[in-house]
Design a protein around this ligand. Sequence first.
Ligand code: NAD
Length: 295
Amino acid sequence: KSKGKKQAKAANKEIQQAAVLGAGIMGGGIAYQSAVKGTPTVMKDIRQDALQLGLNEAAKILGKGMERGKVDAKTMAATLNNIVPSLEYSAIKDADVVIEAVVENPKVKAAVLKETEQSVAADSIICSNTSTISINSLADALEKPERFCGMHFFNPVHKMPLVEIIRGEKTSDDTIAAVVAFSLKMGKTPIVVNDCPGFLVNRVLFPYFAGFSQLLLDGADFVAVDKVMEKLFGWPMGPAYLLDVVGLDTADHAAGVMADGIPERMQRIQQDPIQSLYQAGRLGQKNAKGFYDFG
Ligand code: NAD
């Protein structure tokens, strides 16, 4: 028994400090989750107002936890204390793991990953939270691609148990083992998948969205479909509502990436209602209008 404990400790010892790049929806959530589970975590962005939003989000989640009696004042203070906001790369120099969660743009990500590798120790691990960009192509930006893998969280990070860990062609077993251990420390359930468009979850989800789009083009009413899937089929929410949560812009982009990456399995639908809503400026919950009106 004590041997097992020692081994677990050894695996965790690897990651005593973390850093998250990007303080947006995902970066803020990842920094909060890392911090609440006891890891001092630098949260770096290029904008002061983004850092403030990330910190506010963490405080909001903790405040709700306190209202429900799930979080005490000590945890609140310790968690906020564990999140170290910064605009400088020098702040991440002692991070054992860095999770990149900046905008979904391959050029920006490649530049950020390069800068990261120059800022951290030779044995630090670097991960990307990308939803759609190939982990193998991002690895090209690094001198040591064996220390790199995908670490794909889901929104909202503090509520969703799953983390997809994406193994690139050059990712080492030690990197995967350390990121699995860190995911568990964060209170998440990791799965390890190979690099492919959509990884696992989106490979399942996007054919479902495509089926939904086809139904709408056939004349179905989205509210009725949502009611069936949610109230009668028992899923937490129907496809239209889920698309509003994901964001129509994000969904449209991911559908395009998957159609390009695996054209034999996924094709773009002509006059896709998801694309039409996106082009009409209806982005979902993020701008309070998607399939549904919010606010
Ligand atoms: P977001 O737009 O909310 O946040 C991006 C943040 O990155 C912004 O605060 C921006 O200021 C910052 N940023 C931009 N350039 C930077 C740089 N060079 N250095 C540091 N920070 C920089 O985006 P998001 O929704 O949080 O998505 C971030 C990543 O997570 C993307 O790769 C996205 O594909 C992925 N992702 C998103 C979701 C989701 O549901 N939103 C889910 C899983 C994964």
